[in-house]
Design a protein around this ligand. Structure first.
Ligand code: HEC
Length: 165
């Protein structure tokens, strides 16, 4: 797959482009706060307390179903340093969490996680682990997710796209 094809700003698969939210919007107030639930253990549950928010102002995602989501990006120390220095390699243990909010309504969408694992975890995809937690806090995917890696493989910083602060 060419770079252009892989990273075209369009829904790259149901996980990125299509909401898991039932038509008619949220039924719970908790859904407004997807980041605080732990997605069956796949999210670092206290990331909002322990991670750094990378972006100052919530911005429109260009990579994930372009135009649909406002996003916030949180990074643990290792990931934050890698992002800030535009490192060519991310250190093992780096974790980045991207929260998605419907631009139209502000309602919480999925929370997406990347975790740099030890060498050999997924050598063909930079040893990143992927997790997607749905708007209701449910675990959607966890592991090596081809639809995510297919685009992030082409990112300039060892699988990471720069986040404008
Ligand atoms: C079509 C390309 C594309 C696909 C597919 C894609 N991403 Fe991204 N991703 C991006 C871009 C571009 C950014 C930079 C911020 C933005 O525009 O959302 C990003 C940012 C991120 C970040 C913040 C870390 C960083 O790279 O800056 C995480 C975490 C993330 N994506 C997870 C995922 C997961 C999980 C999937 C699979 C469900 C996925 N992405 C699929 C393009 C993509």
């Amino acid at each position: 797959m060419s770079l252009v094809e892989a990273c075209r700003p369009a829904p790259a698969g149901p996980l990125v482009g299509v909401s898991d939210r039932p038509a008619g919007g949220s039924t719970t107030t908790a859904a407004r706060d997807a980041g605080l639930r732990d997605g069956a253990g796949s999210l670092p549950s206290d990331y909002r307390a322990t991670f750094t928010k990378v972006n100052k102002v919530r911005f429109v995602s260009s990579g994930h179903a372009a135009g649909r989501w406002d996003v916030d990006v949180w990074a643990n120390e290792a990931a934050q340093k890698a992002l800030a220095s535009r490192a060519r390699e991310a250190p093992v243990g780096a974790v980045v969490v991207q929260e998605h909010y419907e631009k139209s309504s502000g309602l919480a969408g999925p929370v997406m996680v990347m975790e740099k694992r030890a060498q050999g975890y997924a050598p063909e995809h930079g040893d990143w682990r992927w997790a997607i937690v749905g708007s209701q806090g449910q675990l959607v995917r966890d592991g090596v997710v081809d639809s995510c890696a297919g685009c992030h493989d082409d990112a300039p910083m060892d699988g990471l796209f720069p986040i404008v602060e």
